[in-house]
Design a protein around this ligand. Structure first.
Ligand code: CMC
Length: 430
């Protein structure tokens, strides 16, 4: 049989057959428009709520094979990057497609370091929040507000200008994050320290009190950097799709990052690590785990947070690295008492038919919260700790979209299910 890279579709309403080209295992949804019952017919569309089976772009940044549990940035395996690289090196890789040479990395790190300060007015802006404001809410608002400080950022097709905004965003997100936290606990803001690397500077802005210089533990600095690497990108997830969707209107990157951060805040996405910790606290004791699992299974309780993934139907490769990392961190900080509950949940879930059948495995958020907590970060900061490293992924995807001639403003279709045209009803007749 001769084979062709096409798909033949027969419309049984009309008896007509259409031949559509197949490229990279996909057909173009727009090719379906030719399938019509008559000239007046709009043409066939696809219906795909939650984008379960629709590719919205071509991307050369991140590769995931969810069945095999594979994650690669620009072709490099995530576990190898986590072991051998740094977050700034990975940031360069995500943005430029190649690992930097030593001079390239030095120049990139220097550029980032030179842009970590925030305009002094930003302090007043953050101070305006209520004393108990959630740091993620402050982060979302403050990064959006930066668009008012850099109005030239609108010039998104000017490559030099775009580069400057990318550097600013990667550099300033940790400062915004740390200041949001300091405000929420009523402590003075700590300015960036240019003598520190990216994760150590963030820890200093979070934790420094009266000492002349904050001395972070080297194991914890490295652990934070590895967590940053693991969270840097994850192809077309909810927040990245928000970044691309909002960015496709050609808005400035600060506004688009605010939208992406808002998407990340939800408990089904970057808010999950916060939800995991609350869940572990609620369970309270290893002996309560079987009852909790039963409630998850019979729908009486919540979901098992930190389990399951739209794409991974296998152990999340990031969770594997994080589980190992947790041991290193706990050697310094002492074991997080919630770890035993988490391990018992995992042990039971991995052999329970409900979870096995649905291919529900621990995801990146299952163990990351335990590490963050052991490192002294409050639970409210967990989604913020996700947003800092994901910023580079959002920006790499945004820049790729702007350079993609196939992209236009994102504008899905709908199937209208409402009323047909009807006459207006005067108030007295309703
Ligand atoms: N606990 C219990 N049951 C679950 C869970 C869970 N965590 N996740 C999925 N299921 C069940 C779900 O009830 C459904 O069962 P049934 O077929 O009987 O109706 C089945 O598994 C398929 O679930 P789904 O909701 O159709 O799957 P999805 O691809 O839409 O959802 C998910 C993916 C991540 C939103 C979901 O697994 C979930 O809510 N997990 C908990 C939240 C979480 O940990 N999120 C972090 C994701 S990783 C970090 C990130 O990317 O932000």
């Amino acid at each position: 049989m001769t084979t062709k890279n096409t798909l033949s579709i027969t419309d049984n309403r009309t008896g007509k057959t259409y031949e559509l080209p197949i490229t990279d295992g996909t057909i173009k949804a727009m090719d379906l428009r030719a399938i019509k019952t008559d000239d007046k017919d709009f043409g066939m569309m696809t219906y795909d709520p939650a984008f379960m089976n629709t590719a919205s772009c071509r991307s050369a940044i991140t590769y995931i094979d969810g069945d095999a549990g594979i994650l690669r940035y620009r072709g490099y395996d995530i576990a190898e990057l986590a072991e051998k690289s740094t977050h700034l090196e990975v940031s360069y890789l995500l943005l430029h497609g190649e690992l930097p040479t030593k001079p390239q990395l030095d120049a990139f790190s220097r550029e980032i370091t030179m842009h970590t300060f925030l305009h002094e007015n930003v302090k007043d802006f953050i101070d305006g929040f209520r004393y108990d404001a959630h740091p993620m809410g402050m982060l979302i608002a403050t990064v959006g507000a930066l668009s008012t400080f850099y109005p030239e950022a609108k010039d998104i097709y000017n490559k030099q200008n775009r580069h400057l905004q990318i550097i600013r965003l990667i550099a300033k997100m940790p400062t915004i994050a740390a200041w949001s936290y300091r405000h929420s606990v009523g402590q003075p803001f700590v300015y960036p320290d240019n003598d520190f690397g990216y994760p150590a500077n963030f820890l200093s802005m979070m934790k420094k009190m009266a000492e002349r210089e904050y001395k972070a533990n080297a194991t914890l600095v490295r652990a934070l950097d590895v967590l940053f690497i693991l969270h840097a990108d994850h192809e077309q997830n909810c927040s990245t799709s928000a970044m691309r969707g909002v960015g496709s209107s050609q808005v400035d990157p600060y506004s688009a990052i605010a939208a992406a951060s808002a998407a990340l805040y939800g408990p089904l996405h970057g808010g999950a690590n916060e939800a995991v910790l609350r869940m572990l606290n609620e369970i309270g004791n290893v002996s309560n785990v079987p009852k909790f699992i039963d409630e998850v299974k019979n729908g009486k309780g919540s979901r098992l947070m930190g389990f399951g993934h739209r794409v991974y139907k296998n152990y999340d490769p990031r969770a594997k690295v994080i589980k190992r990392l947790a041991d290193e961190v706990f050697e310094v900080t002492g074991k997080n008492p919630l770890l035993d509950i988490a391990l018992e949940l995992e042990r039971i879930a991995l052999q329970d038919e409900y979870f096995v059948k649905r291919k529900l495995y621990p995801n990146v958020d299952f163990y990351s919260g335990l590490i963050y907590q052991a490192m002294g970060f409050p639970v409210d900061m967990f989604p913020v700790l996700f947003a800092i490293p994901r910023t580079v992924g959002w920006l790499a995807q945004w820049a790729e979209m702007l350079d993609d001639s196939e992209q236009k403003i994102a504008r899905p279709r709908q199937i209208y299910t409402g009323k047909e045209l009807r006459p207006f009803v005067p108030m007295e007749k309703r």
